[in-house]
Ligand binder design. Structure first.
Ligand SMILES: C[S@@+](CC[C@H](N)C(=O)[O-])C[C@H]1O[C@@H](n2cnc3c(N)ncnc32)[C@H](O)[C@@H]1O
Length: 376
C-alpha cells in the first residue's frame, strides 16, 4: 500500500489511536493521534515529538489525518476497537498486518461535534471557491486555522446580534485580503439572520479585489462589494456605517480603521490587529517600565501589548465601551487579541487622553491612533 492509500483508509475508519514510529526522515521521532473531548467538542490530539520537544494540536479527524507525515515513518500502528493494523515499510510500499483487539469502545467518538456558525459539510459554495472547503465541503487541512479564526469572529459578532432586530446593516472591512471573513459575515447576516447587508471590503491589492468582486457577482451576493483603496489615504464610504471590522490588517492600517470608526461615530468595532512596529521602533527609556525595553523580544511584545491597550483607551476616551478578548487559541494565530468596542456615549473623556499624552511624552514614542484621533 502507498502512504496515500493508507491515509484514505484512515479517513474512512475513525481511529482510537494512531502511532507513527521508526523514523525514516523529517523533524519528528514519533507522531501519534488520539481522540480528545474538548469543551464538548470531539477532536483528535496530534502529538509530534522531537528529541527534546513535544508539540500538540487538537484538530478535527480529517484535518489531523492530513497532518500526519506517514511517508516519514517505517512503522504505523492504527487501532480501532476490535482490531490493530500494523503497516510496515517494505520494498513495495507498506505491508499490512491485522491483529484482533479488545479495546473499549469510546462512546463519544465522532458523535459530539461542536456546532459552529459555519460547519464542515455546510453547503456554502463560495467557501469552496475560497479554498476553505473541498468539493465535498470538508475543511481543507491547511486552512483549518483560518476556518477557526473566521468562525470565532462570526461567533463573537453573533453574541452581539443574536437578539437584535436590525433590518439592515452596513459594514466596512479594512484590509479584507482574500475576504474569507467578509464572505462569511455576508453569509451570516443575509442567509442566516435574513438582514439586508451592505458590506464593503477595502484592500490595496488589485488582484484580490478583482477576484472577490467576481465571486460576489457569481454567487449573487448583492450588497457585497470590494474596492481598491489605501485605507491610509483614500476617501472611503461616506454614508451611515454600523460596523467596522479588521482581521490582521497590517501594522497601522488598524489605527486608520479605528480612527475612521471614531470620526464617523460607527457603533460597533470588531478588530483583530496584526503586526505593529511603531512603538517598538520609537520608544525610549522614560520611567518605571524601562526594564521592559532591555531585551529585544520583551521590548517587541511589550510594545505590541502597549499599542493595543492604548488603542482600547483611546476608544474608551471617545465613548466606546471596550473589551479586549482572546480571539482564538494561540495555536490558531499568535495575533489573537480582539478589540471589541461599542459606542455608548458621544462624550469625550479628556482625562484618559491627557494620561496617554503624558505616557507618550515620557517614553517619547509615536502611536498612530493617538495622533490621528487627537489631531485638530
Ligand atoms: C494579513 S492580510 C489579512 C487579510 C484578511 N483580513 C484575512 O484575515 O484573511 C492584510 C491585508 O491588509 C491589506 N492592507 C494592508 N495595508 C493596507 C492599506 N493601507 N489599505 C488597504 N489594505 C491594506 C493587505 O493588502 C492584505 O491583504
Amino acid at each position: 500500500m502507498t502512504a496515500e492509500e493508507i491515509k484514505e483508509f484512515f479517513k474512512q475508519n475513525p481511529a482510537l489511536k494512531i502511532v507513527l514510529s521508526d523514523k525514516l526522515a523529517g523533524e519528528f521521532n514519533k507522531i501519534s493521534l488520539r481522540p480528545v473531548n474538548i469543551k464538548g467538542e470531539q477532536l483528535f490530539q496530534l502529538e509530534k515529538s522531537t528529541k527534546t520537544q513535544v508539540f500538540h494540536e487538537n484538530l478535527p479527524y480529517s484535518v489531523a489525518i492530513d497532518r500526519l507525515e506517514l511517508n516519514n515513518f517505517k512503522q504505523i500502528l492504527f487501532e480501532v476497537p476490535q482490531k490493530s493494523y500494523i503497516f510496515s515499510i517494505s520494498k513495495n510500499g507498506y505491508k499490512k498486518r491485522v491483529k484482533a483487539n479488545n479495546l473499549a469502545k469510546v462512546d463519544t467518538l465522532h458523535n459530539k461535534t461542536k456546532k459552529y456558525l459555519l460547519n464542515e459539510g455546510d453547503n456554502v459554495p463560495v467557501m469552496q471557491e475560497l479554498g476553505i472547503f473541498t468539493k465535498e465541503n470538508k475543511i481543507v487541512a491547511s486552512m483549518y486555522d483560518k476556518f477557526k479564526q473566521i468562525n470565532r469572529f462570526i461567533e463573537i459578532i453573533d453574541d452581539e446580534f443574536k437578539t437584535s432586530n436590525l433590518n439592515d446593516i452596513t459594514i466596512l472591512d479594512f484590509g479584507c485580503g482574500k475576504s474569507y471573513l467578509t464572505f462569511l459575515i455576508y453569509h451570516y447576516f443575509v442567509n442566516i439572520k435574513k438582514i439586508k447587508a451592505h458590506i464593503i471590503g477595502y484592500d490595496i491589492k488589485n488582484d484580490v479585489v478583482e477576484n472577490c468582486n467576481k465571486l460576489a457577482k457569481k454567487y449573487n451576493y448583492s450588497g457585497l462589494e470590494f474596492v481598491l483603496s489605501d485605507v491610509k489615504k483614500d476617501k472611503l464610504f461616506s454614508g451611515k456605517i454600523d460596523m467596522i471590522i479588521t482581521l490582521h490588517a497590517c501594522d497601522t492600517a488598524t489605527d486608520y480603521a479605528l480612527n475612521f470608526a471614531i470620526k464617523n461615530k460607527v457603533k460597533y468595532i470588531f478588530s483583530v490587529p496584526c503586526c505593529q512596529h511603531e512603538i517598538n521602533l520609537s520608544i525610549k527609556n522614560g520611567g518605571e517600565f524601562d526594564i521592559m525595553l532591555k531585551d529585544g523580544i520583551i521590548k517587541e511584545r511589550f510594545s505590541a501589548l502597549l499599542t493595543d491597550e492604548i488603542r482600547a483607551e483611546i476608544l474608551r476616551a471617545f465613548g466606546y465601551s471596550v473589551d479586549m478578548i482572546e480571539f482564538v487559541d494561540f495555536a490558531h494565530s499568535p495575533k489573537n487579541i480582539m478589540i471589541r468596542a461599542k459606542q455608548t456615549t458621544s462624550k469625550i473623556n479628556t482625562k484618559i487622553l491627557e494620561k496617554l499624552q503624558n505616557l507618550i511624552k515620557n517614553y517619547n514614542f509615536s502611536q498612530k491612533l493617538y495622533d490621528l484621533s487627537t489631531k485638530k
